[in-house]
Design a protein around this ligand. Structure first.
Ligand SMILES: [Zn+2]
Length: 136
């Protein structure tokens, strides 16, 4: 499973929808700069309201992800950094089958949340869903 899809599932579990939306808005207004991807984590700088924050998101241990802003818990900067990963393509080492294996362990509710988020953040995914529904 690629880092972005995996982290989207982690965010569904750990972040509330308001923080997700704010993170998405930050990502869309290009507030995340100097993104660097390492084997275990991604590092980025956030251009906040006059403040510079530093954010790190760990791929395999999302719960360890940190940000230098004053917010307690998972903040919109962490969410924005995860959204930024979309721009870096899919990890070559991962495959659809490993993604599906991971998803098969999720509840229907988690999957619906994930699909909703994919449709909101990814116009192509939304188009695919629309086409699929028309066939039924
Ligand atoms: Zn933050």
């Amino acid at each position: 499973m690629d880092h972005f899809s995996h982290l989207m599932i982690e965010m569904e579990i750990h972040l509330n929808p308001t923080i997700m939306k704010r993170g998405l808005a930050y990502y869309r207004s290009n507030r995340i700069v100097d993104v660097e991807i390492f084997p275990s984590h991604v590092h980025g700088n956030v251009n906040g309201k006059g403040d510079e924050y530093e954010t790190i998101v760990y791929f395999d241990r999302f719960e360890r992800s940190i940000c230098t802003c004053p917010f307690t818990g998972y903040c919109k900067h962490i969410a924005a950094l995860v959204f930024t990963l979309q721009d870096f393509g899919i990890d070559e080492r991962t495959s659809i089958s490993s993604t599906m294996k991971e998803l098969s362990n999720r509840s229907k509710e988690e999957l619906l949340h994930l699909i909703q988020d994919l449709a909101v953040t990814n116009p192509q995914a939304h188009q695919a869903l629309l086409k699929h529904n028309k066939k039924e």
